[in-house]
Design a protein around this ligand. Structure first.
Ligand SMILES: [Zn+2]
Length: 383
């Protein structure tokens, strides 16, 4: 056998897409995400979606024990024309005008400031390039380490710190490139309402969201995230909401993955798997109450990997969303990627997990969601 001129890079690696320009989105300070100063606090805090959280995600992947498995890439900003595969031209014009006029508060906690639009275009561009990298066969697992986040951005509406739906744009690219079925599994603690809305009438994209049962939160987020939002028309049954009780924890998430996510994906047989990841489902996140620890994220990563190995030839795009604890989010990301790489032993210990778990309540909730979905959704009935 002739030796290859140069050996190909190892398959079991994560191709991470990142650009420093995404740090230039300045969300300001205030009372948590409000951007406001009530006048009676000596110390205001940074908006939770700030550059520091992502700086730590970059640095842990560059200098943590997982670093040998990460290969780094960067991409140029998305073109406005590329955004129209998911967003309406009117909405994109609104964002372009807001940027030209020096900024705009688009909805509660969602500030488009000078520099934000360029960062948003970089986030979309890096996510699209990460997907293209997989589609071109250059790697099997790509991670778009991006901000501002995207999964609340609807075709015509900003929401929840999000302007452009990075994952949604990547899914469209996959479909336009010949993928027949794409599954999106969103484990951010909030409902991935923007992605769901964009694909609500499609049966070639199965959107699954595991989230805190937070309901609608105003005009920018009219969707409830409840189990009965199943999709419409041809898309009926292809939006699967898994609202989980507060404090669900590692074992509750594992049960939801095993009982709901795995059977649905097995039936759907996706050609591409997209994991939309937010570390705000962690036990210490200021923006969530779901109590995952590194072990829980590792287990989810492993499950996603095995689904991808069985259906999509191991192809997984991971897209970064929320995760607001400045240090623990980075650790949970590390653990998720350890799971995705299916590494036999943890590379990094959990520095702070200690909350007790009570799985009885989440198990009951998952059983009841399962009963409802199996009854309503034709393609789930065979399980
Ligand atoms: Zn979130």
């Amino acid at each position: 056998m002739a030796a290859a001129a140069s050996s190909p890079p190892p398959t079991n690696r994560v191709d991470a897409f990142w650009h420093d320009g995404m740090l230039n989105h300045d969300t300001g300070r205030g009372v948590f995400y409000t951007g406001s100063d009530p006048g009676f606090l000596d110390v205001l805090e940074k908006h939770p979606e700030n550059p520091d959280r992502v700086r730590n995600m970059v640095s842990i992947l560059k200098r943590g024990p997982i670093s040998p498995y990460i290969s780094w890439h960067t991409a140029t900003p998305a073109l406005v024309s590329q955004l129209l595969s998911f967003h309406s031209p009117e909405y994109i014009n609104e964002l372009v005008e807001a940027d030209k006029n020096g900024g705009k508060v688009l909805c509660c906690g969602t500030f488009l400031n000078p520099g934000s639009w360029d960062a948003a275009l970089l986030a979309a561009g890096n996510t699209l390039s990460a997907m293209k990298h997989i589609l071109d066969g250059k790697g099997k697992i790509a991670y778009a380490l991006v901000r501002p986040p995207g999964h609340h951005a609807q075709p015509s509406q900003a929401d929840g710190y999000c302007f452009l739906n990075n994952a949604g744009l990547a899914v469209r690219l996959a479909l336009d490139s010949g993928c027949k079925r794409v599954v999106v599994v969103d484990i951010d603690v909030h409902y991935g309402n923007g992605t769901a809305e964009g694909f609500y009438q499609s049966n070639d994209i199965l959107t699954i969201s595991l989230h805190m049962n937070h309901g609608s939160w105003g005009p920018s987020h009219p969707q409830s995230g409840s189990v009965n939002e199943l999709g419409e028309g041809e898309g009926y049954g292809y939006n699967m909401n898994i609202p989980l009780p507060n404090g669900t924890g590692d074992r509750g998430y594992e049960y939801a993955m095993t009982e709901l996510v795995v059977p649905a994906v097995e039936s759907f047989k996706p050609e591409m798997v997209v994991l939309v990841v937010g570390q705000d489902s962690s036990a210490f996140d200021p923006n969530g109450r779901q109590c995952l620890t590194m072990d829980g994220y590792r287990a989810i990563g492993r499950t996603i990997r095995s689904l991808a190995d069985r259906h999509s030839g191991g192809r997984i795009l991971i897209v970064q969303e929320g995760g607001y604890h400045i240090t623990y989010s980075a650790y949970c990301l590390h653990a998720t990627l350890e799971g995705i790489l299916d590494l036999p032993d943890p590379l990094l210990g959990d520095p702070i997990a200690y909350y007790p778990e009570d799985e009885a309540f989440p198990v009951k909730a998952v059983d009841s969601i399962k009963k409802y979905l199996v009854d309503k959704v034709p393609f789930l009935k065979e399980h």
